[in-house]
Design a binder for this molecule. Structure first.
Ligand code: ATP
Ligand code: MG
Length: 234
């Protein structure tokens, strides 16, 4: 087995005294899409924030491209090629769509992602490039948030609930672009509450329950019954 691009090794994470992650391990190979599912409060966002360097694990280790991420500040983690599409999109409301996208390029990592390529991927953003970000629909804002993350030319893209609050047709539209994003050595971790969507989009699935990995396996091998049991703890 080749070394994974991302190797999360038994991390514990806390908010103050409250422990949110218990010995969580996760591996992502180059070009792979991995899904993390789990109920509200299971620790999905905490896991992504910790990988992105917004939080630091109290114990355990995160190894990316063979080197420990350690306690590097988030900006250095972006520079190493890890980009987060945060829960709730978090676009800068006073900036235009294009200005939001350009913020993603501040890490100055070389690579294939340019404004032009983002606009090719999401043509509606090109039409609306000069409008303030809040004037976009929810789905378009999500596209802008994904575009902003891609502008840092990541090798690993972390997506936190990109389908939340969006109409099913928009969700399908966004997920349809995933194959054009992943591959070429770019790996993706998606956090998703919709189990069917997660299984469809990924090759590996991790199910978190109360801060622990309750189930892990190939998307093709997991049955709905096993996932339900791991998801709800029944
Ligand atoms: N800033 C915080 N301060 C204290 N506790 C927090 C904070 N953020 C999250 N938690 C707690 O940590 C646990 C994991 O939360 P997390 O946001 O990672 O879950 P999640 O799986 O992303 O849930 P959701 O599906 O609702 O987004 C929850 O019990 C939550 O209440
Ligand atoms: Mg969350």
């Amino acid at each position: 087995m080749p070394d994974p691009m991302l190797d999360v090794r038994a991390i514990d994470a806390f908010y103050g005294d409250f422990q949110a992650l218990f010995g969580v391990s996760l591996r992502v190979n180059a070009g792979e899409v991995v899904a993390v599912i789990g109920a509200n409060g299971a620790g999905k966002s905490t896991l992504l924030k910790t990988i992105a360097g917004l939080m630091h694990p109290k114990s355990g280790e995160i190894v990316f491209d063979g080197a420990a991420v350690g306690n590097a500040p988030a900006f250095n983690v972006v520079k190493r090629g890890i980009a987060l599409v945060p829960e709730g999109r978090r676009l800068f409301p006073s900036l235009s769509v294009e200005e939001n996208l350009l913020i993603g390029a501040q890490s100055k990592r070389p690579g294939p992602w340019t404004l032009k390529r983002i606009y090719d991927l999401f043509p509606v953003l090109a039409e609306r490039r000069h409008l303030p970000a809040p004037s976009l629909s929810g789905g378009q804002q999500q596209m802008a948030a994904i575009g902003r993350a891609l502008m840092s030319n990541p090798r690993l893209l972390l997506c936190d609930e990109i389908s939340l609050g969006l109409a099913p047709i928009i969700v399908r539209d966004i997920y349809a672009r995933l194959p054009a994003i992943a591959g070429e050595g770019l790996s993706v971790v998606i956090v998703e509450q919709d189990i069917a969507q997660a299984l469809n989009a990924s090759t590996q699935v991790y199910c978190l329950q109360e801060g622990r990995v309750a189930l892990q396996g190939d998307a093709g091998d997991l049955t709905r019954e096993r996932i339900s049991a791991a998801y709800f703890g029944v």
